[in-house]
Design a protein around this ligand. Structure first.
Ligand SMILES: [Zn+2]
Length: 277
């Protein structure tokens, strides 16, 4: 009979632990599913009716938008929590995911498995009833990692009111884009070329001072942090690009560079600056 020393047993346990860890990581990595058919007409109608970004695209880019919408919905589960998930909600969530990365056709939200749809605002304990419910959406951390929570009411309002520079779902997807490089810091290194990082941070710091002095039309929530600044300004960029360009031209130029989209260029034309990065 083989007799093992304590050191040998501990080494064996450690080795088996490493094997289990690698195995779990391997199986957790889901297979990415690509669409193999066109989206249903009902989805196209919903995009046409509720997503003006899609409506303004030419035919070729509409097809690409439909493909990315389909791909997103094949790879991300959408679950209602005390809320009914309607087809319209799925389309609006997918559109919010696609809009910021539309110039990057290869982009995949590999850091997201599921979107939980809550009926309305919630608090930090994810309660949908009672006091202190001010949160409209969030990107999960810890045991909520790879999940996003959105308020159904805020999701719909984001696409209904297109002049208030607010869109909760786009805001949350911009946080996910920010997170793609490993840290959420308001610097989307997955999209922003290295030489622009320092000028971008300097620009944020300057603009944050203007918010303190209340010399700006930017939503004061942007002042919370660099992280929120990037997400809030992205909402402004996608909802009121002409106004942002007029009031904050340098900021507009930066966001154009980050998202590789010039939304003030002639619409119904390809709006991309380059071929995506
Ligand atoms: Zn935020």
């Amino acid at each position: 009979m083989i007799e093992l020393t304590i050191v040998q047993i501990l080494s064996l346990v450690f080795f088996l632990g490493v094997l289990v860890f690698i195995g779990l990581r391997f199986f957790r990595r889901r297979k990415w599913v690509e669409p193999t058919s066109a989206i249903p007409d009902s989805w196209k109608n919903l995009l046409e009716k509720h997503v003006s970004y899609y409506e303004d695209l030419d035919a070729a880019h509409k097809s690409l938008f439909e493909y990315k919408t389909h791909e997103f919905l094949l790879n991300c589960k959408i679950t209602g929590v005390e809320a009914i998930v309607e087809e319209k909600d799925k389309i609006l969530i997918a559109a919010s995911a696609v809009i910021p990365i539309f110039s990057f056709p290869e982009w995949k939200y590999k850091n997201l498995d599921e979107v939980l749809l809550y009926p309305d605002t919630f608090n930090e304990s994810f309660e949908t009833k009672g006091k202190g419910r001010r949160i409209l959406g969030m990107v999960g951390t810890g045991y909520m990692e790879r999940k996003m929570i959105l308020s159904k009411k805020a999701l719909r309002l984001g696409f209904k009111n297109e002049t208030d520079k607010r869109n909760t779902a786009i805001h949350e997807f911009v946080h996910l884009i920010d997170k793609m490089d490993g840290k959420v810091d308001g610097i989307p290194e997955a999209l922003l070329e290295r030489q622009y990082v320092i000028p971008w941070v300097e620009m944020i710091e300057r603009k944050l001072e203007e918010i303190v002095d209340r010399k700006t039309d930017i939503n004061p929530y942007a002042h919370t942090s660099r992280i929120e600044f990037f997400a809030v300004l992205s909402e402004y960029f996608f909802e009121r690009p002409h106004l942002l360009k007029k009031k904050h031209p340098k900021l507009y130029d930066f966001l154009t560079e980050i998202f590789d989209q010039d939304l003030t260029a002639c619409r119904r034309h390809p709006m991309f600056i380059g071929g995506g990065r």
